[in-house]
Design a protein around this ligand. Structure first.
Ligand code: GDP
Ligand code: IMO
Ligand code: MG
Length: 428
């Protein structure tokens, strides 16, 4: 019966991996519906730390069926490397299902992603360089190669030939790179066929039947609302739809079957890569958040840009995604401050905006309007119930809930699986 969407409310790295892992024990399927190995989810289980990129975080939970949906872009080399890494650590990965309609990242996509960024110079987006944008561009241009194509060598060759005809002009004439041959791409794909074959299925059908049978399906978003190609800070976004609508198109589960939309939101804000970020702190406070929150990218190792909580961004996420619950993460990181500023609105050239400005120009000019909330000194990482938190931490949670347009149902106080305060069940 229930299908639950779990997604990021800000610019990514909110702690979606941990939240998925915590819910994993109570769900039957975890489906990744967008993005690819641009994602980086760190999940800590006891003394073990796992970094996942392409695989759904649910793969770490025994009994869960992890699914890579049709909305994902797959680098097969990365897929098998990640599976090997988990197998070597004793994680059972045998239940993984992969959609035959997911698109494949080819070597030319990765090359073009990196070289295009280099050519952009100062105007670069700061992509992860994993070929994500060029692969989605080919999907929309109808020259993409899909998982199912590798099972028909003739079709595969035709499609790669068609794609390379354009790509090699671009690579050689514009970017001054060497041409890529059809054979090298086809051979690489074919090299994975036998291992891939048993995983590939009509995942939309499998999920529909699972829901008919009363199973619980968790749809796990990569990236986040502000990185959505339609609803984020375009053009400083990723090339997929991490928002709730993307969960439907990226999995084949219709909106009428979705019961709950859980948004993971950090108690402050971070962003990796270029683009506007109104509450960014370029001073010692930003450095302190980065240090205390260990804010370095899981995928690229880049230091994350850090700033205060932005309630305009949270309210926007609530509205665009129809959020039923927030999971507030990393509250523990904010300890030891006398007062904690929170952005409640923007000042755009003298005009107050309580909602996200409509234009890119206005958003670039947005200055945060702060309210200061009292902080706390105590280490809260061992707290497991709301009542045991310092009164000011409870008030911080309440204030964020009041200004963010949806209830906060859980609070993270550390990276560990058990370091979570549950306020109301996300599954009932
Ligand atoms: P994701 O991309 O949304 O899955 O998030 P990342 O894994 O990239 O980044 C979140 C980081 O914060 C990871 O290193 C997590 O282990 C860690 N984390 C998650 N929740 C909490 C929390 O409540 N407190 C602290 N201190 N760390 C957390
Ligand atoms: P998770 O799932 C944070 C950012 C990149 C860049 C922009 C476009 O871990 O939250 P891309 O390679 O996707 O074309 O890059 O999007 N980005 C992320 N930032 N967390 C992520 O994933 C991200 N995935 C992409 O830094 O600014
Ligand atoms: Mg991440």
């Amino acid at each position: 019966m229930p299908a639950i969407v779990l997604l990021g409310a800000q610019w990514g790295d909110e702690g979606k991996g941990k939240a998925t892992d915590v819910l994993g024990a109570s769900v039957d399927y975890v489906v990744k519906y967008n993005g690819g190995n641009n994602a980086g989810h760190t999940v800590v289980i006891g003394d073990e730390k796992y970094a996942l990129h392409l695989l759904p975080s649910g793969i770490l939970t025994p009994g869960v069926v992890p699914v890579i949906g049709n909305g994902v872009v797959i680098d097969l080399g990365v897929l098998f490397e990640e599976l090997d890494g988990l197998d070597a650590r004793g994680v059972d990965t045998s239940r993984l299902l992969v959609s035959g309609s997911a698109h494949l990242i080819a070597p030319y996509h990765t090359v073009i992603d990196k070289v295009a960024e280099r050519f952009l110079g100062k105007a670069r987006l700061g992509t992860t360089g994993r070929g994500i944008g060029p692969t989605y561009a080919d999907k929309i241009s109808r020259v993409g190669v899909r998982v199912q194509d590798v099972f028909d060598e003739k079709i595969l060759r035709q499609k790669v030939e068609g794609a390379l005809e354009q790509k090699n002009h671009l690579l050689v004439k514009v970017y001054n790179r060497r041409a890529i041959t059809v054979d090298e791409v086809v051979d690489e794909f074919l090299g994975h066929v036998e291992r891939l074959r048993p995983m590939v299925t009509d995942t939309a059908l499998v999920l529909s039947r699972a829901l008919d049978e009363g199973r619980t399906v968790l749809l796990e978003g990569g990236q986040a609302t502000q990185l959505d190609v339609d609803h984020g800070t375009y053009p400083f976004v990723t090339s997929s739809n991490p928002t709730a609508g993307g969960a439907c198109t990226g999995s084949g589960i219709p909106p009428t079957r979705i019961d709950r939309v859980v948004a993971v939101v950090k108690a402050y804000t971070t962003r990796v890569g270029s683009g506007p970020f109104p509450t960014e702190l370029l001073d010692d406070e930003g450095e302190r958040l980065r240090r205390d929150g260990a804010e370095f990218g899981t995928t690229t190792g880049r230091p994350r840009r850090c700033g205060w909580y932005d309630a305009v961004v949270a309210r926007y996420a609530a509205r665009i995604n129809g959020v039923t619950d927030f999971v507030l993460t990393k509250l523990d990181v904010l300890g030891g401050r006398e007062r904690i500023p929170v952005c409640v609105a923007y000042d755009v050239d003298g005009t107050r905006h309580d909602e996200m400005p409509m234009t890119q120009t206005d958003f670039h000019h947005a200055r945060p309007v702060y309210e200061e909330l009292p902080g706390w000194d105590e280490d809260i990482s061992g707290v497991r119930s709301l009542e045991d938190l310092p009164k000011t931490a409870q008030e911080y949670i309440q204030a964020l809930e009041d200004m963010s347009a949806a209830p906060i149902s859980a609070v993270g106080v550390g990276p560990g699986r058990d370091q979570t305060i549950e306020i109301r069940s996300l599954l009932a």
